[in-house]
Write a protein that binds this ligand. Structure first.
Ligand code: TYM
Length: 342
């Protein structure tokens, strides 16, 4: 079976972009593939954060995975920091990662600009190396993510190839290993729609957890009236009717895509249905569709979080299964890189 891994940071509110770009697509993969989904708590400390909140947001993010339909009888669900191999492999990979390459990553440049020079941690720079470790440890074939992660996936592939070339194959065999590739070179799986959900208040910037205004995003746990209100107040334009892909109407295209994904209709169906609609009618329909789609997720979330032990069991079982796979890769890399066996 091919293997699929992915994760979300447990920072703040999980929003519609995280859901439509990533989590929603995980659930359709768990029947066909061997899947591992983790909460990347170690990634969440790369910007200033609240230690009092981290364990709570980590648990809540795990609950959201399950509420969205990730099924622990099919997928391994675990917390990144519970599998120590992630940090260990990251160190080994960091010897082959280059500072110049990391400092040119788009997300690093954006986040460090926002944080201000004095506040940029070393971890923010090396963050993609940890992400590469998350992926390569599991010999992953596919990584379902939103479009903003493509550059990180590219770096992951480069690191895998570099380490394979430097230490794999015949050289690894000489060290007593099996030979062949140390890492599978993974591919990003970007959904055809939903890969880049935009802000409700600006159709040209992406929906994000860190945007200062909560009006700019729909959080998965937003109550009905909040969703209705955010849609009512979101940015519109003064063109007649509704249409996809008009570059002068980024908000319109974004909201139609959201409507398409939460109703399960095709793009053509939505384009037809909404072609003569005015903004007022469309917004009412969109708000209703969103509320209908998110309501069962919210109900399951409340169920899962009201059971104190269920989630802990899922997470410890997930970490146990993940560690088995991860340790095997890590041991191979230690061997191939010439470390003294314990
Ligand atoms: P994070 O936590 O920023 O986002 C989690 C997932 O949500 C997707 N996403 C979006 N998709 C569409 N529209 C948006 N507006 C939007 N915003 C976010 C992201 O593309 C991502 O798939 N570095 C990663 C987490 C990570 C990871 C990994 C992912 C760490 N290790 C290993 C896959 C495999 C991140 O910060 O995602």
């Amino acid at each position: 079976k091919k293997r699929v891994v992915s994760g979300v940071q447990p920072t703040g509110n999980i929003h519609l972009g995280n859901y439509l770009g990533a989590i929603k697509n995980w659930t359709s993969l768990q029947d066909t593939y061997e899947t591992l989904f983790f909460i990347v708590d170690l990634h969440a400390i790369t910007l200033p954060y609240d230690a009092q909140q981290l364990s709570k947001t980590t648990r809540n993010t795990a609950a959201i995975y399950l509420a969205c339909g990730v099924d622990p009888s099919k997928a391994s669900v675990f917390v990144q920091s519970h599998v120590r191999a992630h940090v260990e492999l990251m160190w080994l990979l960091s010897s082959e990662a280059r500072i110049g390459r990391l400092s040119r990553m788009i997300q690093f440049k954006e986040k460090s600009r926002k944080a201000g020079d004095e506040n940029v941690s070393v971890a923010l720079l090396t963050y993609p190396v940890l992400m590469a470790s998350d992926i390569l440890l599991y010999q992953s074939d596919l990584v379902p993510v939103g479009e903003d992660q493509t550059q990180h996936l590219e770096l992951t592939r480069e690191l895998a190839e570099r380490v394979n070339n430097l230490f794999g194959g015949r050289k690894w065999k000489k060290m007593g290993g099996r030979g062949g590739a140390l890492f599978k070179v993974p591919e990003a799986l970007i959904p055809p729609a939903g890969a880049r959900v935009m802000s409700l208040t600006d159709g040209l910037s992406k929906m994000s957890k860190s945007a200062p205004s909560d009006q700019s995003r729909i959080n998965l746990l937003d109550p009905k009236d909040v969703i209705a209100n955010k849609i009512k107040r979101c940015k519109t334009d003064s063109f007649p009717g509704m249409e996809f892909d008009n570059p002068n109407r980024p908000e319109c295209s974004n909201l139609l895509s959201i409507y398409q994904l939460v109703t399960g209709k095709t793009k053509e169906e939505v384009a037809q249905e909404c072609i003569d609609m005015n903004w007022g009618t469309f917004k009412t329909n969109l708000a209703d569709a969103l509320i209908d789609h998110l309501h069962p997720i919210q109900a399951r979330y409340n169920e899962i979080t009201s059971d104190a032990t269920y989630l802990d069991k899922v997470l410890s079982e997930g970490a146990r299964k993940a560690a088995n796979i991860a340790d095997a890769t890590l041991n191979n890399v230690y061997q191939a890189m010439g470390f003294l066996p314990r």
